[in-house]
Design a protein around this ligand. Sequence first.
Ligand code: SF4
Length: 642
Amino acid sequence: MALSPEEIQRRLERLLPTVQKPGRYTGGELNQVVKNWDETPLRVLLAFPDIYDLGMSNLGLAILYDGLNRQPDMLAERAYSPWPDMEAAMRAAGLPLYSLETKHPAADFDILGISLPYESLYTNALNLLDLAGIPLLSRDRGESQPLILAGGHAAFNPEPMADFVDAFAIGEGEELILDVARCVRDWKESGHARPHLLRSLAKIWGVYVPSLYRVGYRKDGTVAEIEALAPEAALPVTKRIVPELPPPPTRFIVPYIDVTHNRVPMEITRGCTRGCRFCQAGMITRPVRERPVGEVIDALEEALACTGYEEVAFLSLSSSDYSHILELVREVSRRFAGRHLNLSLPSLRIDSFSVELMDLLQGEARRGGFTLAPEAATERMRQLINKPVSTEQVLSTAREIYAHGWHTLKLYFMIGHPSERLEDVQAIADLSKAVLAVGQKVIGKRAKVHAGVSTFVPKPHTPFQWVPCDTTDQIEAKQSLLKRQLRGPGFKLSWTDPKETMLEAWLSRGDRRLGAVILEAWQRGAKFDAWQEHFRFDVWQEAFTAASLEPSFYTHRERPIDEMLPWDHIQAGVRKAFLSEDYLWSLEGRTRLDCRERCYACGILPRFASLRRAHPGEVWQCPEVRSPARQASESMSLTVRG
Ligand code: SF4
């Protein structure tokens, strides 16, 4: 029998003194929303499959929490993965996954919404379901169990998690979550069986119900066909977008304990027009929509008053590309003068970053490190990835940064780009040394360079979705070179474990058969895969063997352009033909400018023409649409049976 909230609270109080950081598990923070459980017909538990400390900084969940709780007939509460000490204590005490706000068991909610921003959370998502006492496989769930909804960037290839998730939210969630919640509420009132709910959900724009599709494979393991099994199941499933960014949340929950980011996260733009070929976020979040300066400032004023935070992060994929960035930072300086507000602008681009902005930031920003992301160090590689900044630009920007008082410059690079050679990796070391030399010339020995070198993983819906990923041997050879070269005073080097890169690479371009691997890995003890101390590569290898699948099939194989990809039935708005053309351009060293200067017809406009027509002007950074446009249709060899 399910435990009552009172009983959960009683058991919790007994075990909290025995675990690390009990503040993760109590709830009761400033600005949490507690609604009347019995009088609210639709209840959603929003879960982040990693610890509270990380999940509390997730803006997407904060937006959904705010949006749902604004509805009179809905409530949203929160849950996070317990750290292993707490999980062991919970299992020993018979305590299920519960909500922080009212301590109701997760299984008592109507919807369990799981955030999947990246692939290494998949086993933790299974662990949450298990802790909640909810069957892991979608097909085993009955009428009384919550709907398992998942969304986030990783959901743009939902197939590896298709067996476990009842419905995926593809794209932006602000409006979609309300449509799903209303659909579940109506279904509850109707008394229909669960399959009826799934078919109703499939009719909602942006919802993908995997059990309503069948995937066929060829003998060589590639996908042969994706078939819709019900008339309600769209082919393709087009991502959801909001035509304009809705007002941002301001009543952020303030944790009792130190979390990853203790600050107001304020989104200033969504989408990116730069077209870096490795960047999935840049492709799947188009079109670019900006928030007016006045709205940002007013919301910031309210958020600071509601939370007491002393730092704001203006979030965007490329903050310095926000059309009104100077105006915004000037206005922040004016409105919040003397209030010691720290301003953080993550994701500044080298080529759109001005000395005036640096001057303004100097007054407002914390004197921590300053981050630039050249991503590659030779002109050839930068052209290939479509980030065509020159080495001179990097050095002159570095000179200005040191001259404006920063001591540490963080440089983000990626190794493993397609066709990369060791000389391209050597160039990363050379450029880092050149930047340090520039810094030393300006501020002497106080100058520091922190080179953060991650490894490229080809992602779905990008121009590089067809390319092979480096093997662990290749990655290790490149990392050894950098470790040899970037040592000594002034340097700090960090890198990604090649085995963790392999996991990300397997899962991000995997097909539906990987569900068996994920389940097997979890059963063999895999969880917290994003944490180096918990990640167990051997378990994943065993899981592949048990499922009779070859991991390198998913990673080290060049995929032909005409191969049907496991995510071809998910439409992110950018046409597959545009992606393949861009891939061919990369091989020829051809670059594309910022598409605000020239539209490259990526597919966004025909796909969302009516929305654009209804929202003319500067709301979007894409050209306006005046005449009725034809709806773009991908030529996909998919079959529909209804
Ligand atoms: S439609 Fe044109 S302007 Fe809009 S995102 Fe695509 S290429 Fe850029």
